[in-house]
Design a protein around this ligand. Structure first.
Ligand code: F6P
Length: 341
């Protein structure tokens, strides 16, 4: 079999572990040939690829980023790719294509699959917002980074009697804010799923200081919004990939709290730090299992599906099911988090 693999969309710790696992299983078990397309779907469209043998993936299990490079694809180019899907199969002679990516990548994978390409998807995103899988790799690493950052910020905040507003990633789903906020014992957590009122945060900080506490940490997802009219903050414009350009809620909220409280409030934007560096052991294992199962699915001819974690099992689910809706934080998970701060 000839298998093509690519990584697309925002990178994520664990991508290299999937690539390595695909190559190990395909080459060592089945004597397949694996080719890696460079920079996501762009490599597929522009015929930029290289052979991946066992040596090519040696030593990459713990490495962050992706050895293949990644990029986002504009919708028009994707449509063009779908129109030429059968030409591509003949040009590269691939029997299976394994795209590894988030919502945008899997939507593209579904379109290519519908156009006739033999596709097996592998979900990835630090945001953990893909429905049909309990977890995505990269999320555990991002939560660990954000938790450690807040642990560190607490000690310096306390020394200076400050409020720290820590902005983490999460455009539509607040999983990173929820879990890192809980793990670090943040005193306020703001998620995209529910508009927050800055007045509640002001009360919380005042109550803490009134009982002798000397600091507060608030964890806010980048996609969180204040209740309409509660503070000066607008919606951003939409970029060419359909993503909202955020206005910087961490900075705006820190400014607002400082103004209302008369205490120093500092914004800390964690940004891409959450996506870089070595994956945790959990993410390496999940990524490795996804790669292994993707190759098995390809050999069974199970196309148009993606790997998924259900409990502790890896199962195959239809791509169509995976990309219909985002997995957002449900109300009961928010209530659990609220009960601890
Ligand atoms: O989807 C993953 C993610 O890390 C989001 O949390 C974030 O908003 C986005 O990617 C940022 O992407 P980039 O800066 O790479 O375009």
């Amino acid at each position: 079999m000839r298998i093509g693999v690519l990584t697309a969309g925002g990178d994520c710790p664990g991508l290299n572990a999937v690539i390595r696992s695909v190559v190990h299983r395909a080459v060592a078990q089945y004597d397949d040939e694996v080719i890696g397309f460079e920079d996501g779907y762009a490599g597929l469209l522009d015929s930029h690829y290289r052979t991946l043998d066992l040596n090519a993936v040696s030593g990459i299990l713990a490495r962050g980023g992706t050895i293949l490079g990644s990029s986002r694809l504009e919708r028009d180019r994707l449509r063009e790719a779908c129109e030429n899907a059968s030409d591509m199969i003949h040009e590269f002679g691939i029997d299976a294509l394994i795209p590894i990516g988030g919502e945008g990548t899997l939507t593209a994978a579904r379109m290519l699959s519908d156009a006739g390409l033999p596709v097996v998807g592998v979900p990835k995103t630090i945001d953990n917002d893909i429905s049909s899988t309990d977890r995505t790799f990269g999320f555990d690493t991002a939560v660990g980074v954000a938790t450690e950052a807040m642990d560190r910020l607490k000690t310096t905040a306390e020394s200076h009697q400050r409020v720290m507003v820590v902005e983490v990633m999460g455009r539509h789903a607040g999983w990173i804010a929820l879990e890192s906020g809980m793990a670090a014992g943040a005193h306020g957590i703001c998620l995209p799923e529910r508009a927050f009122d800055p007045a509640d945060l002001v009360s919380m900080v005042e109550e803490r200081f009134a009982r002798g506490k000397r600091f507060a940490v608030i964890c806010v997802a980048e996609g969180a919004h204040p209740v309409d009219g509660s503070m000066d903050y607008g919606h951003g414009e939409i970029d060419k990939f359909g993503h909202e350009r955020f206005q910087g809620i961490g900075t705006a909220l820190a400014y607002e709290l400082e103004r209302r409280l008369g205490k120093e409030a500092k914004p800390v934007i964690l940004g891409h730090v959450q996506r870089g560096g070595v994956p945790t052991a959990y993410d390496r294992v999940l990524a490795t299992r996804f790669g292994w199962h993707a190759v098995e699915a390809a050999h069974r001819g199970e196309f148009g599906r993606m790997t998924s974690l259900r409990g502790t099992d890896i199962v195959m689910v239809p791509l169509a099911q995976a990309v219909t809706e985002l997995k957002t934080v449900p109300k009961d998970r928010m209530e659990e988090a609220e009960s601890v701060f």
